[in-house]
Design a binder for this molecule. Structure first.
Ligand code: PFF
Length: 465
């Protein structure tokens, strides 16, 4: 189907979505969007950046960022997807055409698709670490670990190109397989059991953490706000993370929005997704920090918190093999539900732009993704000396996507939503009935959100802060 043939307004109400697929209900969309949002960012990154930035005060700033940047942008993306009823590039092109704006706006859609695709190439490798650690935990490899030997165990995984490529490939194959089956049969069906499984595992782990006797220490650590520990840098970390954790500027939420049935309130659903995502991040903190404190370990250990610090705790505590195994299975499921959302925009785009079938689009994407993932897997070992601008292949890709493309794409989308689309189009699409509430949201979208993004971006470029 060519993009020009997408009749925008009338399509928004269509129930068949022209054979593109639709979620069976608003609930299915909620599961999918939450599955996308909840991932390594919540369980791996959020706890360690909170640990590094002093706890409660950081959490407060992060919540503010979710509110003024994350939620407005999330609503805008879902709205563009649903109104455009096409892949991110096609949807932006269709909407721009509808309001008489230039065709170049579609490039922000193309950029988002590319960003998600590139992120998936390294996200799969990191998700592979969780897969690798699951059998290790269950088989008791963590018994008696101390700081040094745990670091060495993780180092041995990173140093083994076969293992990194192998586990990354398994994650990619699972992702490709689910996406190949389509919106209902693949994504929706798998999410219907993966998401409840994820929540049960998480609640079970929080329950276990509550029995360690150090739960309150974790609660204080996460919720006591000591602003003296907060730096300007922490605020920017919080802003950047709000983007990543809500899967913004990668086309994921636009693509998922394009399968959202008409008549669902985008505002309400987006707020529910953001709440669920935040709840999981906080619960992950409540599952992890009691174990860290109970075993006398360091909460501010950085990126190694999950893969170096936590295994020491699993090796020392009662039922550690079981708890550790369940923890890494949970991490792998969370990563997989995010990975499928990173692939869907590319597959939808290939299918709609070049009129090829879903399977063909998946195979093509898979080949390129796998080759790219080799770059990341090998950058931890055999290619670790190969650097671009002083960064390894993985660090360069991470920087290019999360520090440059994400804020740029987010800015473009928010400006498109707040300044190019008309107020009535947006109001009607979002379903915020209360006029004052909408006006407030509209002003935040037009001023506060873009300003926040510009701030992060200038800081990234070293021009500010
Ligand atoms: N939100 C995911 C996480 O927190 O791990 C990461 C992510 C998924 C980013 C999907 C972007 C995306 F499109």
């Amino acid at each position: 189907m060519s993009q020009d043939s997408i009749a925008v307004g009338s399509m928004a109400g269509a129930s068949s979505n022209s054979g593109r697929g639709l979620w069976s209900s608003r609930w299915a969309f909620f599961l999918a969007a939450t599955g996308s949002a909840v991932g390594l960012g919540n369980i791996w990154k959020f706890p360690y950046i909170t640990g590094e930035n002093g706890g409660g005060a950081f959490v407060l700033v992060y919540l503010a960022c979710i509110l003024v940047i994350g939620i407005p942008l999330l609503m805008t993306e879902v709205m563009i997807g649903r109104r455009g009823r096409a892949n991110p590039e096609g949807a932006m092109a269709a909407l721009a055409k509808q309001v008489g704006a230039g065709r170049h706006w579609r490039l922000f859609g193309s950029m988002a698709i590319l960003t998600g695709f590139l992120i998936l190439s390294f996200y799969a490798v990191i998700a592979g670490w969780a897969l690798a650690y699951t059998p290790a935990a269950i088989m008791g490899s963590f018994a008696g670990l101390n700081g040094e030997s745990s670091g060495a165990l993780f180092g041995a995984l990173l140093g083994d190109p076969w293992k990194l490529v192998g586990f990354g490939t398994v994650v990619l194959l699972l992702t490709l397989g689910i996406v190949a089956l389509g919106v209902r049969e693949g994504l929706e069906r798998s999410l219907r059991f993966m998401m409840p499984g994820l929540f049960v595992l998480l609640l079970g782990l929080v329950g276990y953490a509550a029995t360690t006797g150090h739960f309150l220490e974790a609660v204080h650590f996460l919720f006591d706000a000591d602003f003296s520990k907060l730096s300007g840098q922490s605020v920017l970390v919080a802003l950047g993370h709000a983007f990543f954790t809500l899967s913004l500027a990668t086309g994921a939420m636009m693509a998922y929005g394009s399968y959202l049935p008409a008549g669902t309130s985008i505002a309400k659903t987006a707020i529910m997704v953001a709440l669920a995502d935040t709840a999981v991040a906080l619960l992950a903190g409540l599952a992890i920090f009691p174990l860290v404190f109970a075993n006398g370990l360091e909460p501010g250990a950085g990126p190694g918190l999950i893969f170096v610090t936590l295994p020491i705790a699993f090796g020392q505590m009662p039922f550690g093999q079981l708890v550790g195994g369940l923890f890494f299975i949970m991490l792998a499921i969370a990563a997989l539900t995010s990975a499928i959302s990173l692939l869907e925009p590319t597959v939808a785009w290939l299918g709609e732009k070049f009129a090829i079938g879903r399977i063909k689009a998946v195979v093509l994407s898979g080949i390129v993704l796998w080759l790219l993932s080799l770059g990341t897997a090998l950058s931890f070992n055999v290619w670790s000396d190969f650097t671009l601008f002083g960064k390894t292949f993985f660090d360069s890709l991470d920087y290019l996507t999360t520090s440059l493309l994400m804020p740029l794409g987010g800015l473009g989308t928010v400006v498109f939503g707040g300044w190019v689309l008309s107020r009535t189009v947006v109001q009607e699409a979002l379903g915020i009935g209360h006029p004052h509430l909408f006006t407030l949201w509209w002003q935040v979208l037009r001023w506060v959100t873009p300003l926040g993004i510009v701030l992060v971006f200038l800081h990234t470029l070293g021009l500010f802060g």
